[in-house]
Design a protein around this ligand. Structure first.
Ligand SMILES: [Zn+2]
Length: 289
């Protein structure tokens, strides 16, 4: 019997392969039901099954149909696995005969669609894996959450950065004389400017939340707006004042020594208020969601 696809005379088998491309609210199904030779069976199986495997899932109906189709394609393929190849009759083909390929014209479309869909999915997954990504790809994390804080994962990211900045800014100073202390502190200015940037993002977000009264039904949200927000702002301000002083003061005298003392005291006090604010937030159970 001749293969219904390529026309080769030889052993064929009746098979049915399906393909599904999910497009959220729509889906495109393709089906081939024919007597095919060994080579064409393999070609249809690979093309339809791989397409379905990568593009089949994206849609509500598609999500359920895809495993069914994959299972059916594999079992059809296994059923035909002992079918012999056409053999010598292949050489009897008409002059100029060219075997056709399965849907070659749509191959680029499938590829582009597949890459786009998977990029969106992996991007969305990465966006919410704030902690994991911070350990493995901090630069990507920074890019994903670089804009304004618009949702929880942006907020989580900014909070994580603030925590790191505080640890870096508050690390012990080893030097005992001013020039060494000053050098050590000036090595931390990047953390100070990041702290300022994250704080400004938080304050802008909080201004929006206050104007929309988002804390009205959520005690944790309200506590963040009333306590954490203002104390973070105070802390960022006092850190900036302290570092501005350190930057401009190359020699420590009796007079500016007193200013340094006052600035450090108010910085320490602001840090303490911020820590207390975090502590009462977590005692209210607000740090878990
Ligand atoms: Zn064939």
């Amino acid at each position: 019997m001749a293969c219904q696809f390529c026309g080769v005379e030889g052993p064929t088998q009746a098979v049915c392969f399906e393909q599904n491309v999910g497009m959220l609210y729509a889906r495109r199904g393709t089906k081939v039901e024919a007597d095919l030779c060994r080579a064409c069976i393999g070609m249809y199986f690979r093309s339809f099954t791989l397409t379905t495997l990568f593009l089949g899932w994206w849609g509500i109906i598609s999500l359920f149909m895809t495993p069914v189709i994959l299972f059916s394609n594999v079992s059809q393929f296994l059923r035909a696995r002992h079918l012999p190849a056409p053999g010598l009759s292949v050489s009897n083909l008409p002059v100029g005969y060219q075997p056709r390929l399965v849907s070659q014209s749509t191959f680029m479309l499938k590829l582009v669609y597949g890459v786009a869909v998977w990029a969106i999915v992996l991007g969305a997954v990465a966006y919410h894996q704030v902690d994991l990504l911070e350990r493995n790809a901090p630069a990507l994390n920074a890019r994903l959450h670089s804009g304004e804080i618009t949702d929880e994962s942006d907020g989580e990211y900014a909070g994580l950065q603030v925590g790191k900045d505080i640890v870096a800014i508050e690390a012990d100073i080893k030097s005992t004389e001013w020039s060494g202390m000053r050098t050590e502190m000036l090595a931390r200015v990047n953390s100070v400017s990041d702290l300022s940037a994250q704080n400004e993002r938080f304050q802008r977000r909080m201004a929006i939340e206050r104007s929309q009264k988002l804390g009205k039904d959520d005690p944790c949200e309200q506590f963040a707006l009333d306590s954490i927000g203002p104390s973070l702002n105070d802390y960022a301000l006092s850190v900036n004042q302290l570092f501005a002083f350190v930057k401009k003061t190359s020699a420590l005298t009796k007079e500016n020594g007193e200013s340094l003392d006052n600035l450090s005291k108010s910085e320490v006090a602001a840090l303490k208020r911020l820590q207390q604010s975090f502590a009462s937030s977590s005692s209210k159970g607000c740090d878990k969601n």
